[in-house]
Each structure stands twice: as C-alpha cells, then as structure tokens.
Design a protein around this ligand. Structure first.
Ligand SMILES: Cc1cc2nc3c(=O)[nH]c(=O)nc-3n(C[C@H](O)[C@H](O)[C@H](O)COP(=O)(O)O)c2cc1C
Length: 254
C-alpha cells in the first residue's frame, strides 16, 4: 500500500496527487488539514507529500505536518512533489531539511509548474485548459520516477530566500480578516466546506472569517457568485480552479 498526503486550494495539487496515485497499484489519498491524524502507519511502500508552493517554500500547515507527524520506524520510500506557478525554490529543500531533522530521508523531490493561482497578487490567466495540458506533460516524467522509486539529491535550503519566506508567511493566518463578502453571497456554505483549516463559519447568512487562514484562496476562487474578495483588489480579476477538479471533490477531503 502507498499513501499520499496532499494539500490544495484550487485543485492543482489534488489533480497531481490523483495522477500519481493512479499509476501506483494501491494508493490512499489523505488531506493535510486541521485536526488530522498525524500518525503515519508502518509498512507503507511509498509515502508521498504533494502540495503547492507558497512564498518559495511550503504552506504553513504542510511545514507543520512535517514537524509534527509521527513517522514509523525504519525506511520506506518518501517523496515530495510541489506544484508551483514557476518559482518553487525552497519548497523541496525545506521539506527535506525538516524531514532530515525528524530522522526521515526524503528519497525524491520535484516541482511541477502549473497554473499560478495567487489571485491576491495578480490576475488569472485565461489559458487554464492549455496550462493544465502543459502541466500534465511536465508531470509525466516525475510520476514515472516515483513509480520506479528514483532517488535524487536535494539541494540545501537557500537561507536568504528562506528568510524572505518567513517574512511573507508572518501575517498569512490573518489574510481572511481582509476578505470582503458582497451582497451576491447566497450563503451556500461552499467556502466553509472547502476550507482546510475550518476558518469559515456561516453566520447571519454570510461567511465569517477567523484568523487561521492558510491563504489557499479556495473560498475566493471557488465561490460561484464571486462574492468573496480580498480588500478591493480582486473584484475585477477572473477566477481559477483546476479544470478537472470539482470543488465538491476538494470539499469531500476536507
Ligand atoms: C499564498 C500563495 C503563495 C504562492 N507562492 C508561490 C511561489 O512562491 N512560487 C510559485 O511558483 N507559485 C506560488 N503560488 C502559486 C501556487 O503554488 C500554484 O498555483 C499551485 O499550483 C496551486 O496549487 P493548488 O491548486 O493545489 O492550491 C502561490 C499561491 C498562493 C495561493
């Protein structure tokens, strides 16, 4: 049996985790989320981690999982694959460094360039289908490597960039406190069901946000009414979700 732990906001990383799982004979997919079971069972053939790049490294919740997971005794093949918009930089080295501290050897690490989804920072490309196709081509050799248990040497963490990352992540949990909900909200609750850290409650007919945000932008991107926005920055920006991943599928994992 193989197991992949994944984190996703807009579906890229879930899509990739599913593609890898489909090529392994038996593989479970588990979401990295608030309140999850941190114990990794022994006897797994491969243990994988698939997640987006945030601030040139890992989302906070993913780094926290590497720090706190209970790893089984003995070896096993460990791999990490990040999705990114083009600059993954420390995403794999950071995972490797934390896991090494925990006595776990990361056998393989790679990044796949996919759609850039950080709507808070820039507008969304209209070429989602084409980019998904290109990403599938980029992912294919990486999936082949994982099937064949290829080993790679992972670079050390670039400390200068890691300091930039820490600065970027400092206020990230408060992101949703700057989300505005417009009158178009139907209180459908999709945003709350997609939130990996249960940071959204529907109160008085609209979402209310807490201070545990991971900035995965799932709520903002998947809202069917585009009723959630970051300050006044995102109202005119398009929305993105991986063309092959429905929001309901993400919600079932969270
Ligand atoms: C908060 C945030 C920070 C991001 N930082 C980076 C980054 O440093 N480098 C990069 O290449 N892409 C970055 N991205 C883009 C995502 O890594 C990329 O779109 C990823 O595939 C999204 O995965 P998902 O659909 O599974 O959530 C960022 C996205 C978000 C939401």
């Amino acid at each position: 049996m193989n197991r992949i732990y994944f984190f996703t906001g807009t579906g890229n990383s879930l899509w990739l985790a599913k593609e890898i799982a489909a090529k392994l004979s038996e593989c479970e997919l588990l979401a990295i989320k608030a309140g999850m079971d941190m114990a990794i069972p022994s006897g797994l053939d491969r243990v994988g981690f698939v997640y987006p790049t945030y601030g040139w490294a890992s989302p906070l919740i993913v780094a926290d999982f590497f720090l706190k997971a209970q790893f089984p005794e003995g070896g096993g093949y460990y791999f990490a694959v990040t999705t990114c918009g083009g600059l993954a930089l420390n995403a794999i080295p950071q995972a490797n460094a934390i896991l090494a501290e925990r006595g776990v050897h990361l056998n393989y690490g790679a990044s796949v360039r996919m759609f850039k989804n950080s709507i808070i920072n820039y507008g969304m490309s209209k070429r989602a289908e084409k980019i998904a196709e290109q990403s599938a081509n980029r992912a294919a050799p990486i999936i082949c490597d994982i099937v064949n248990k290829r080993e790679v040497k992972i670079k050390p963490v670039n400390q200068f960039l890691y300091q930039q990352h820490l600065g970027y992540m400092k206020e990230i949990n408060k992101t949703a406190l700057n989300y505005k909900v417009s009158g178009d909200c139907m209180a459908c609750g999709l945003c709350a069901s997609l939130c990996p850290v249960k940071n959204i409650a529907i109160e008085g007919g609209k979402p209310v946000f807490g201070n545990k945000c991971e900035r995965c932008v799932a709520c903002l991107q998947h809202c069917p009414k585009r009723a959630i926005n970051y300050k006044d920055k995102t109202q005119s920006r398009g929305r993105y979700a991986h063309p092959q991943i429905k929001p309901g599928e993400i919600a079932r994992y969270y």
